[in-house]
Design a protein around this ligand. Sequence first.
Ligand code: UDX
Length: 469
Amino acid sequence: SGGHELPSFHHPNTKGGPTCAVIALKCPHIAVTIVDLNQARIDAWNSPDFALPIYEPGLEEVVRQARGRNLFFSTDVDKAIQEADLIFVSVNTPTKKSGVGAGFGADLHYVESATRRIAAVATSSKIVVEKSTVPCRTAESMRTILEANCKPGCRFDILSNPEFLAEGTAIGDLFKPDRVLIGSLQTQEGKDACAGLAGVYANWVPKDRILTVGLWSSELSKLAANAMLAQRISSINALSAICEATGANIDEVAHAVGFDSRVGPKFLRASVGFGGSCFQKDILNLVYLSESLHLPQVAEYWRQVVEMNEYQKSRFSKSVVDTLFNTITGKHIAVLGFAFKADTGDTRESPAITIVRDFLAERAYVTIYDPKVDEAQIWQDLSEACPSLSLEQIKKQVTIAHSALDACKQKEAIVIATEWKEFREIDWQTVYDDMTKPAFVFDGRLLVDADKLRQIGFKVKVIGRGERL
Ligand code: UDX
């Protein structure tokens, strides 16, 4: 089988590579070729010192074991298509920036060009697996393109096989998935193709966790799963605002609510807002889909999950300004963490970007530290978030530090935007001694031991806690 990736504008595709690497590891009898048109990215996958193009705990070990054995990386897309029996289309599907559905609909440009390439190049029958998250009924379009362009004797079966892994835990999620979902047409050929792919996963996933459903159910399930996960976070974040206003404690509320086995304890952590490449994009897709289906109430319902997230981010920025005596102009603030969550270098839709943008609009000086995000990525994200500022102007206000301690020196306030474990282990006494007083800490991730910090002398504000500073 072969993976197929096309380059995206800035971000490497973060799911296709790990998924296909794990398939290769678990199925030594299957040759897996991951292809990408981007030479630099393929060179990174092939690099002798395993300087892989994405950071994901455990990935290097997987690649070390399988690379050269039955896992290959190449830019020769056509050859890989010709040789493959099964092709994963795992390209990025960003939100459209212009045209119909701008800001909502998925940009299917990469999916379509990958599909057309397969049709043009294939000389034998293939199972084509839609792995990217796509709007409902995309598989249908892929099938139309493939059928209209295929050569005599070639048949294409389309499957939908959405990926549910989360970044930072990708390898663990792939080794032990809650479920593998495969959608197919309910024809005999569709079911046979489905059984073929299920057979690949059955090499390491228990059979009762491999779910087979109709094509459109599969496509919709991926959007639904992400929308409902994001909805949980927006719900808990909405409650965190009530906690702050009343003196209740969101940790205690989440714990109490999560004890109900129907609700469950996971994914109820209040935060400065959710980020990542999936949640917002998939909800907006669902909103767009609902609108195109003339279901405005349904669209409005899901849109609110994203709006609550925007509110949470701006509420957090505002509380920093309010607490710092209603102005942060000319003040120095450290922002710890820039990735959208811990254990990843990915910054897509990271709440840290919005917060820093808000601080810049107030003309504060911001020092950013993140253990895994590249400097160039930070500059790029801030340039995009602040189109009215030149990079030069941004650089006058923003500094990038190389350690948390450095970032915090002589600052008026510290903002925790990502839940990196190392921020819990900072030498807070040293940080305190070097800060302007009163020294403020704003914990947007329920990370620090607020009581301990208060004993040192900090003024601490934690998301979802109503206590006084
Ligand atoms: C998500 C889904 O979990 C995954 O199944 C899907 O395949 C892709 O989208 P990912 O975006 O990698 O994965 O990360 P996830 O762990 O879901 O976190 C998303 C965002 O929500 C992060 O910004 C995270 O910090 C935030 N979050 C998560 C919370 O604020 N509170 C929580 O309780 C959980």
